[in-house]
Design a protein around this ligand. Structure first.
Ligand code: NDP
Length: 284
């Protein structure tokens, strides 16, 4: 069934969202601060709104995707939100999502927050995921539409949950990138082929290591860090070797140094017999 949907913010991501909804046959009303960015979408059949308030008035579901929450609030300020669902797909922090959620519901609207785990080219394609939090009723009402954009996953009524999980997933990603970059620099320091190393050795190794994480997560939930595999004292010595090897190879171990420091701190506190999951206690 064709629905009326407003998309506010037509940067790379907003444009991809609007295009996907249009291609699925929905009636899409678009607005962007710099009006020219609506031209291509209008040529494909989108209706143009002269103001953000006009776009919100045109549809029960208003998707906002702009630079940051400050911009999102500026865009929504002055729009009549009563009876509307605001879906904010702008990237932000849990506290900002909770504040914006309260602001929208205080004006009579339903609020959904979303964290997009995809680049614009992936929107509407298999593999794209969007995390949602906030009004479950609004999510259920619009789920069929949301499925057009990406696999939708609702995490709970607290609007802060989608950004929390989004940031946690990005954190995992940055950690993985840090390990990859250091490993590649080490292999390259001997003039060895980085691509071959990455494809044939590093990626399978990282997959095998990733598969252990649910067990570590269980240890963290239970607060039981006993290990029969590789304790912190063994890892402390291993990490010291690693950092010395980097220095000998003329490569900076900068992305590894915080981990080395935390390992040493935990062992110095008398936890050398624990497993690596116990390092979380040093982060709390
Ligand atoms: P772009 O830089 O392509 O677009 C930014 C958009 O924000 C433009 O529409 C811009 O309007 C608008 N904007 C900025 N400031 C204001 C303001 N004060 N008032 C009104 N509108 C404003 O960014 P993206 O489209 O890539 O990203 C949009 C959101 O999506 C961000 O929060 C980003 O983190 C998130 N995201 C993006 C991903 C990506 O891969 N691109 C992946 C996952 C999330 P104007 O055209 O007038 O400048």
């Amino acid at each position: 069934m064709s629905e009326n949907i407003a998309v506010l913010g037509l940067g790379l991501m907003g444009t991809a969202l609007a295009e996907t909804l249009l291609a699925a046959g929905h009636r899409v009303t678009v607005w962007n601060r710099s009006a020219a960015k609506a031209d291509a979408l209008a040529a494909k059949g989108a209706a143009r709104a002269a103001t953000a308030a006009e776009a919100v008035a045109a549809a029960p579901l208003a998707i906002v995707c702009v630079l940051d929450y400050e911009a999102a609030r500026a865009v929504l300020d002055g729009a009549a939100l009563a009876g509307r669902t605001v879906l904010n797909l702008t990237n932000g922090r849990p506290a900002e999502a909770r504040e914006t959620g309260a602001w929208v519901t205080g004006r009579g609207g339903d609020y959904l927050d979303g964290g997009i785990m995809a680049v614009p080219q992936m929107i509407g394609q298999p593999g794209a995921l969007i995390l949602y939090s906030g009004s479950r009723a609004a999510f259920d009402r619009h789920e069929a539409t949301l499925k057009l954009l990406a696999e939708p996953r609702h995490l709970g009524e607290d609007p802060g949950l989608a950004p929390l999980y989004d940031l946690a997933m990005l954190t995992g990603m940055y950690g993985q990138i840090a390990g990859f970059l250091e490993a590649a620099a080490l292999v390259a320091s001997e003039g060895r082929p980085v691509r071959e190393f990455t494809e044939t050795l590093l990626v399978p190794w990282m997959h095998a290591m990733a598969a252990l994480k649910p067990r570590w997560a269980e240890e963290i939930e239970q607060g039981d860090y006993a290990t029969e595999v590789s304790n912190l004292e063994v890892n402390r010595v291993g990490m010291a070797n690693l950092v010395t090897a980097f220095e000998e190879q003329g490569v900076k171990p900068d992305l590894l140094l915080p981990m080395k420091e935390i390992l040493e701190r935990r062992v110095a506190r008398g936890h050398g017999a624990e497993g690596l999951s116990g390092l979380i206690e040093e982060l709390r």
